[in-house]
Design a protein. Sequence first.
Length: 166
Amino acid sequence: MFSKSKINEPGPKSADTETPKAADATKTAASGSDFKAAPPKAKPAASMLSSDLLITGNLKTSGDIQVEGQVEGDIRAHLLTVGEGATIKGEVVADDVVVNGRVVGRVRGLKVRLTSTARVEGDIIHKTIAIESGAHFEGSVQRQDDPLSTGSKKMPTAAAADSAKS
């Protein structure tokens, strides 16, 4: 009289319904039209320059750098963190700059933060700045909409004027 339908049974379906799907999958794989792009790669960890390291020369990366040692040269990065015991002698250019240690030279960044242990001897060109109580800073501060551009015309004249006063 009545028979059970195979539609409601758990488990694999009949071979007739699977074959077209397998053929479609083969076509899709061959054409590549339904493949999704690979997910974006995870952001790599920050490069860390340890406290016993002395680097003489310039550093340039699109990633993040954490300096705990000494650098004599310019640094360009996405995020630069200067550790409490670190010293940088040169220009620093980064989207975000966090200074816990010592920088002797110009600091340029979209966001610049001097913590209470920071010592900066040089000019700061920024879009936004935060200076915590206790930070030591000698130099001038200038706000610019694009502090990362190298075509800063105002700073060399200001520096020349400062040296003329001495």
